[in-house]
Write a protein that binds this ligand. Structure first.
Ligand SMILES: Nc1ncnc2c1ncn2[C@@H]1O[C@H](COP(=O)(O)OP(=O)(O)OP(=O)(O)O)[C@@H](O)[C@H]1O
Ligand SMILES: N[C@@H](Cc1ccc(O)cc1)C(=O)O
Length: 378
């Protein structure tokens, strides 16, 4: 039981609502049913593919039944892929599903045992019951609360949205209960939907789900002003301000130059990393160090390997056994950003090799090409 809890709670998990409820479910032998939803749009990156799937792999190791929910209607509402529902559906079951499953495999998860559900197919099967669930959630929400919650779809609070986009909020909450999920998972930007589910669940659906939020990996380029704002919010414990700011600088498929995609070539990975924000000695909100912490180190640890960096000037090779050692050296300016970037690039190239091969020369080639075509023509 302790091992199960450790796997669920360990990084990249940043928050569980609530750990007590999670323990209670496990102690009582209630089977945990997980889901994480994805909008279907651009390419899968280190955040959506690797950080997210690492948690799914942890959950699988903990014996939890995992589900990937391909939110096609939601993407349509949110005007993704040119707002064309047919394209969204095709990409969902093509490129998107494959990219997520290949990423899961790359972090040691089992693609065979994860359930993949396309939202529109699921809604059709559930019929009027889905609409009832949607109304049960909607009846419990004020318009003001819905407007505050549009951040779950990557929109800023106060941004002008149409009515369909407001409907997105109760839909996402209704998804949880329609799927019968008791472990709702997403990045920290999804917490508003999950907090509503925790409130509404006992009144309308007879149970309270547990919510699990993982760390949002930073984008490679960080605007100084937003960074300052976020560091201040962090120091002052201002959760709202932090949540608002982090969405602007997280790795996002909408900002392709900020992201390393799971199919990127070795040259692209190196080029992107070389340009990444990584001020000397600065350990807070440093995207390159974040990649070391949340992407490279956990992968190396699974393989029983350590992290090695070569000092380009002296040729000296240094071995790190934990992320904390890397951070300490970087803070002390004993580790140069360029050396760090080169090492990170090498490890990423190696880690993503199977995914890249699958999409560049393997069975996934047609999906990637179709996706590239859509990106250009839309
Ligand atoms: N940078 C990130 N790091 C970790 N998880 C992420 C990151 N970006 C998104 N996620 C998580 O992945 C899931 C799917 O997110 P989503 O489909 O919105 O991807 P996205 O790249 O943020 O897209 P966009 O910003 O273009 O809307 C959500 O649970 C979200 O929290
Ligand atoms: N809101 C999520 C996508 C999502 C949609 C529906 C869900 O039920 C869950 C998640 C995002 O932007 O990434």
């Amino acid at each position: 039981m302790d091992e199960k809890i450790r796997l669920i709670m360990r990084e990249p998990t940043e928050e569980v609502l609530t750990p007590e409820l999670l323990k209670e479910y496990i102690e009582q032998g209630v089977p945990l049913k997980h889901y994480i939803g994805f909008e279907i749009s651009g390419f899968v990156h280190l955040g959506t593919g690797i950080v997210t799937m690492r948690k799914v792999a942890d959950l699988q190791r903990a014996g939890v039944k995992t589900t990937l929910f391909l939110a096609d209607y939601h993407s349509w509402i949110n005007k993704k892929l040119g707002g064309d529902l047919d394209t969204i559906k095709r990409v969902a079951l093509g490129y998107f599903k494959e990219a997520l499953l290949q990423s899961l495999k790359a972090v040691g998860g089992d693609p065979e045992s994860v359930e993949v559900i396309l939202a529109s197919e699921f809604f059709e099967k559930l019929g009027i019951k889905y609409f009832e669930n949607f109304l049960r959630v909607s009846n419990r929400l004020t318009l003001a609360r819905v407007k505050r919650s549009i951040t779950i779809m990557g929109r800023k609070e106060g941004e002008s949205v149409n009515f369909g986009q407001l409907v997105y909020v109760p839909m996402q909450v209704a998804d949880i209960f329609s799927l019968g999920v008791n472990l709702a998972h997403g990045g920290m930007d999804q917490r508003k939907a999950h907090v509503i589910a925790i409130e509404v669940g006992p009144k309308e659906f007879g149970y309270k789900p547990v919510a699990l939020h993982h760390h949002l990996l930073l984008g490679l380029h960080i605007d100084e002003e937003t960074r300052e704002k976020l560091l201040k919010a962090k120091r002052e414990g201002d959760r709202e301000a932090f949540e608002e700011g982090i969405v602007e600088i997280k790795m996002s498929k909408s900002v392709p130059q900020s992201a390393i995609f799971v199919h990127d070539s070795p040259e692209e990975i190196k080029r992107k990393l070389k340009r990444a924000y990584c001020p000397i000695g600065e350990v807070e909100m440093n995207p390159v160090l974040e990649i070391v912490k949340y992407v490279v180190f956990p992968w190396l640890e699974d393989l029983g390997r350590s992290f090695e960096v070569v000092n380009k000037k002296t040729g000296e090779r240094k071995e790190y056994k934990s992320y904390q050692e890397v951070e300490r050296d970087f803070a002390a300016k004993a580790l140069h950003p360029l050396d760090l970037k080169l090492a990170v690039a090498e490890y990423l190239v190696e880690m993503l090799k199977p995914v890249r091969e699958y999409f560049v020369e393997g069975p996934g080639k047609k999906y990637l090409e179709e996706m590239k075509e859509i990106q250009i023509t839309r």
